[in-house]
Design a protein around this ligand. Structure first.
Ligand code: HEC
Length: 318
């Protein structure tokens, strides 16, 4: 027994085939149809197949029809007709119920008894779809009020904080897998021996000519002492390697040659020279660099403060 028009059956069949393929083929985050374009081919074949089945069943029916006696043919046609009429009957009935309007023939029951120049008013009921929608909003408002104003549901600003925190964690997670995302703001001293030996290899290849293998300095400054022209510590050193030194001094920018991860490696490696004694150390250049992130022991802090205020107001004699 046919209950749907043939085009609806073909569409339904294609939708089911598509969903089955999507759900049964493991394609990771992508849709299966994107990952395996051959599925387009499979779906096209299935489509032709479905159409062919429809065509065949239609011709079988017409053969059957022609083989019938005239009365039987009439009956057959009648059957068809009532089937067609019944096709969307459920949907039509649902629509009428939701709209809640009275059929034209019954409007006499609800006409109101005033009459202005022949214009009369019908006392129609509110359409049920609207009425129930309204009830739902009332219930929603009650629940909302209770949840956010009586009990302490999260406010929008708290929601914002939570989402930002989630996003921060996600970014951190992502950065762990993508080492090349380091930049001057996020770079941290690497201590992993693998990173340091990679850094050593880069240093040997690109930096030794000017800075010497032991960092003692040549054309470039001594990297083993605590004096820095452009600032010590991983961030400054990373920045110097990435952007280069002062104009015309010979230290070029390396960011087009080295990847961010490599610059972090070589920076971390050359910081291991700190405090070592090279064979031919170059004289210190620049200033002693103190890491502002490291708080010196308490008594030292006091001393520094006293000294500098004393110097400022000219209290230091000798
Ligand atoms: C052509 C020579 C040359 C090469 C090659 C070279 N540098 Fe330099 N480097 C210099 C000079 C000159 C300076 C001083 C720049 C200034 O005074 O502004 C310098 C400064 C530096 C500084 C800052 C030192 C301070 O006191 O602030 C660092 C760090 C550094 N180089 C690292 C490297 C690394 C890592 C490499 C290899 C990837 C490298 N350099 C390759 C010549 C060189």
């Amino acid at each position: 027994m046919k209950t749907f028009a043939s085009y609806l059956r073909v569409i339904g069949f294609m939708v089911i085939a598509f969903l089955l393929l999507e759900f049964t083929i493991d394609s990771g985050d992508q849709m299966a149809i994107e990952k395996y374009p051959v599925i387009w081919g499979v779906l096209s074949m299935l489509f032709l197949f479905a159409v062919a089945i429809e065509v065949i069943s239609e011709s079988l029916r017409s053969i059957l029809y022609r083989g019938l006696s005239p009365e039987a043919q009439e009956k057959f046609l009648e059957n068809e007709k009532s089937r067609k009429a019944g096709q969307f009957a459920g949907i039509k009935r649902l629509y009428n119920r939701l709209a809640g309007s009275k059929p034209l023939e019954e409007e006499g029951e609800i006409v109101l008894d005033h009459n202005y120049d022949g214009i009369r008013e019908l006392d129609n009921k509110l359409p049920p779809w609207w009425l129930y929608g309204f009830y739902i909003t009332i219930i929603f408002a009650g629940v909302y009020l209770a949840r956010y104003h009586i009990f302490d549901g999260v406010t929008t600003s708290e929601e914002f904080e939570i989402e930002m925190e989630d996003a921060r964690l996600a970014v951190e997670e992502y950065k762990k897998t993508a080492k090349d995302l380091v930049d001057v703001n996020t770079v941290a001293l690497l201590t992993d021996p693998a990173d340091l030996s990679a850094g050593k290899a880069i240093f040997t290849q690109s930096c030794v000519v000017c800075h010497k293998a032991d960092g003692g300095g040549g054309i470039g400054p001594n990297l083993t002492d605590e004096y820095w022209i452009l600032g010590g510590g991983i961030k400054n050193v990373f920045n110097t390697i990435s952007e280069g030194g002062r104009d015309g001094k010979g230290m070029v920018s390396w960011k087009s040659e080295l990847k961010p991860a490599e610059m972090a490696q070589v920076a971390s490696y050359l910081l291991t020279f700190q405090g070592t004694t090279p064979a031919e150390p170059k004289d210190p250049e620049g200033e002693i660099w103190v890491d502002p992130d490291v708080t010196p022991p308490a008594d030292e802090v006091i001393e520094v403060v006293v000294d500098s205020t004393a110097a400022e107001i000219g209290m230091v004699e000798n």
